[in-house]
Design a protein around this ligand. Sequence first.
Ligand code: AMP
Length: 405
Amino acid sequence: MTDRLVLVINCGSSSLKFALRSESATKPLLSGLAERLGTPEGVMNWKAGDNGERIQIRDGKHSTAMASLLPLIERFAEQPLTAVGHRVVHGGEHFTGARIIDDEVITAIEDSSPLAPLHNPAQLVGINAAMKVFTTIPHVAIFDTAFHQSMPPHAYRYALPEELYTEHGVRRYGFHGTSHRFVSSQASLLMGLEPGHGAWLTAHLGNGCSTCAILDGRSLDTSMGLTPLEGLVMGTRSGDVDPNLHSHLARTLGWDLERIDNMLNRESGLLGLSGLSNDMRTLVTARAEGHAGATLAVEVFCYRLARSLAGLAVALPRIDGVIFTGGIGENSPLVRELTVRHLALFGLAIDPAANATPPGNPARQVQMAGSPAILVIPTDEERQITEECLALLDLATTQPVEQEA
Ligand code: AMP
């Protein structure tokens, strides 16, 4: 079989991230980011091996950015594209896996938009633009929420009146599913288990952060909920707070919903705690120089992360390993060390030498002898999206795809 190619698209309201992936290569053939879309300063940076360029997107349109991909793909792809894979943040309860995009899927993404008002509409813009440029190949949607649809009701239901769930979809959905799925399957390979098998606690720690309990490739619980605000401390997001905080701030300070939303999503987390930065690198450096806010932010981050992992452990029959991934999880020995220190109760202990980040940052084990595995596994959501796209197309050629939406 020839090496099939997938164009992976991740579209935001003002950005369009893309990568041309082949089935077998671990690195993209072409990748880039269009930014400041929706403004006259739209710009796209791309790179392919040693080649790269900055292109102006003068009308700032997603469709123009998408159209400028076509000649690049013709230049760097060795054969025609097989599919376009679109990352979609929220699939509600409609989707348990990837789906070939048709009218029904588009309607279901629209229906889920109230649950992700910043993301789903932008991703629909990207899908429409891409379908006009790449007209002859299948477009596939891969949902951040789909992996977590295997959670049982006792994990996904809030203790709220039932009609909020049945009539309005208020439940825990979870996000970062593509990353949690990818690193857990890599962990099975790394530990020599049967493909896809194992009982894992995963921590995806980037600008957004979430944890997940995974048994044999199925998500059983995760830290994010109805929206990606629930759970861990993140770059600028608060994670869990007392649900009465909204009414408290409204009553005592007269804050409206928009102000509270903005504070919880954009001014909190590492940034709010440290008063310095949302960037873990900056905080690790400032902590070493004795900055009190940075020290507190790192400590709260690690304690809350450990508490989340410990809580999720109840979803599993045993722990085959704890997996760290994402920009922070892959690159911060300090965060891994401080977090694991809080998990001594589980017999987890980290080996300081193995934990130090080596050049190239390969997937590796960093536990002491006798401890359950502690794994550092670089995530690759684009590769996971490519694999899911191609697996779906293979399935579609051998049997009709079941309709879920
Ligand atoms: P991501 O969203 O996965 O790209 O992750 C972004 C986060 O990773 C930011 O908070 C970065 O500061 C953090 N990060 C990247 N490299 C390092 C590092 N060497 N040490 C600590 N944090 C890092």
